[in-house]
Write a protein that binds this ligand. Structure first.
Ligand code: BES
Ligand code: MN
Ligand code: ZN
Length: 460
């Protein structure tokens, strides 16, 4: 595995990176004639994210890295990883910490599984800044790689079985117990909604309920739930081609839940961890669920399927009911649940819902300290009536009058959330639609660094 941040003793021929504000850049360049000319030609002024490579007699002499004037944003170091030539680098004294090194690692990510002519494996590496916890950095960075690789992998190579395999690999690595209920057995095990959503898929891609359990059962239980729709055609309420194009990422919640669980295990946080992933393909066949069908659910509530494309909340209903059986003190679910969440806050911000004001404040604060943007939206009780069905306990396609589709989706999940402890729901996008330096277009890990901070604060 490529490790972009390294121990000093593993480094060869280290070049210095000078992190400079615009004022510091002017001072630095004042008595360096050729560097100043180079800066002028290339427009380097010390703006945040700018990189100027100063050439020496054999390759790179040193590097100037703009950090701007604003409040320090360590995530700007993602751009550094993307712009440096291959080689080993260290920040000049006075700059660099855990967050900037982590940003460098996140910015180093590439998805090259399907590139037949692999570029040279030489890439820039950064020396861990002094006193930094490299094991922790690797735990966080590798979990983010896992989430991004899973999301970027197309559905033909990532079906429900492959998600199960990944869960088993993670479980093996950290001594967790992994079990799985597959196909028709979902009916006997009382996961009717998971079965209904996934049963139309090819038999090699049967629906399943994956369960990973780790840690001392006497510790408080943390439940992580992730939507694992490996591909969302919309079902019989089929999506348009534009709407379907990115739906390989509809297992983003599962990827994020597994990645967050991996961090919790790697950092040995004293919790009893349960990760629950309903993994299905929302496919079309003669066996597909139909608009108007009434499903039963693990909780016993009946659900009218007003729209087969609102499948995520159906499988999460059963998974949240399962979570409740562990009496968790904290339940976090992550899901690419609604297009409406994007209309509300766009792709870069993760909206979340919880009835627990204290937890909401902790999550919002962690989003800021971890540079992992989150924004609370309301569980507005006034819209609950939009879920009323004429013939069943509730329906999965809320009335149009309530308009706020991500809010009504959260209200639907709330009906199934554990009564014990606190619950929060995260409607993630998991995708960067526009490439920037250190932010390739494609899968993005969201919210899990902030959530790790919340979990550590609560349980360590
Ligand atoms: N997976 C989609 C939501 C989605 C769409 C996430 C695009 C990210 C980008 C989900 O299963 C879905 O189709 N939701 C519907 C619900 C509606 C039919 C009530 C939606 O948001 O339109
Ligand atoms: Mn859908
Ligand atoms: Zn979906």
């Amino acid at each position: 595995m490529f490790e972009p941040v390294i121990e000093a003793r593993d480094a060869i021929d280290v070049k210095l990176v000078h992190a400079l504000t615009p004022a510091a850049a002017a001072t630095f360049l004042a008595d360096r004639l050729s560097a100043r000319a180079l800066a002028q030609i290339s427009g380097f002024t010390g703006k945040s994210g700018q990189v100027l490579v100063l050439p020496g007699e054999s390759g790179v002499e040193s590097v100037l890295f703009g950090i701007g004037d604003g409040p320090a944003d360590p995530m700007a170091c993602r751009a550094l990883a993307a712009k440096l030539p291959p080689g080993d680098y260290a920040f000049a004294p006075g700059f660099g910490d855990f967050d900037s090194a982590l940003a460098f690692a996140l910015g180093s990510y590439r998805f090259d599984r399907y590139r037949s002519r692999l570029e040279e494996e030489t890439r820039p590496r950064l020396l861990a800044p002094a006193g930094m916890d490299l094991a922790r950095l690797n735990a966080v960075a590798q979990a983010c790689v896992l989430a991004r690789d899973m999301i970027n992998t197309p559905a033909n190579d990532l079906g429900p079985l492959q998600i199960e395999t990944i869960a088993r690999e993670i479980g093996q690595a950290y001594g967790a117990k992994v079990s799985c209920v597959v196909g028709e057995a979902l009916l006997d095990a009382n996961y009717p909604a998971v079965h209904a959503v996934g049963r139309a898929a090819h038999p090699t891609r049967s629906p399943r309920m994956i369960e990973l359990e780790w840690g001392d059962a006497s510790h408080p239980t943390l439940a992580l739930v992730g939507k694992g729709v490996v591909f969302d055609t919309g079902g019989l309420d089929i999506k348009s081609s534009a709407g379907m194009r990115l739906m390989k990422k509809d297992m983003g919640g599962a990827a994020h839940a597994l990645a967050l669980g991996r961090m919790v295990m790697a950092l040995n946080i004293p919790v009893h961890l349960v990760v629950l992933v309903p993994a299905v393909e929302n496919a079309i066949s003669g066996d597909a669920m139909r608009p108007g069908d009434v499903l039963s659910s693990r909780k016993g509530l009946t659900i009218e399927v007003g729209n087969t494309d609102a499948e995520g909340r159906l499988i999460l209903a059963d998974a949240l009911t399962r979570a409740a059986e562990f009496d968790p003190v904290l339940t976090l679910d992550l899901a690419t649940l609604t297009g409406a969440a994007r209309m509300a806050v766009g792709p870069q911000i993760v909206p979340f819902w919880t009835a627990d004001d204290g937890l909401a404040a902790e999550i919002a604060a962690a989003g800021i300290t971890q540079f992992d943007p989150l924004w609370r939206l309301p569980l507005w009780a006034g819209y609950e009536g939009a879920l009323d069905s004429d013939i069943a306990d509730l329906k999965n396609d809320p009335d149009a009058w309530a308009q706020a589709g991500s809010v009504t989706a959260a209200l639907f999940l709330q009906r199934f959330a554990p009564a014990s402890g606190s619950w929060a729901h995260f409607d993630i996008f998991g995708w960067n639609p526009k490439a920037g330096p250190g932010r390739p277009s494609g899968a993005e890990a969201q919210a899990i660094r902030a959530l790790l901070a919340v979990i550590e604060r609560r349980f360590s």
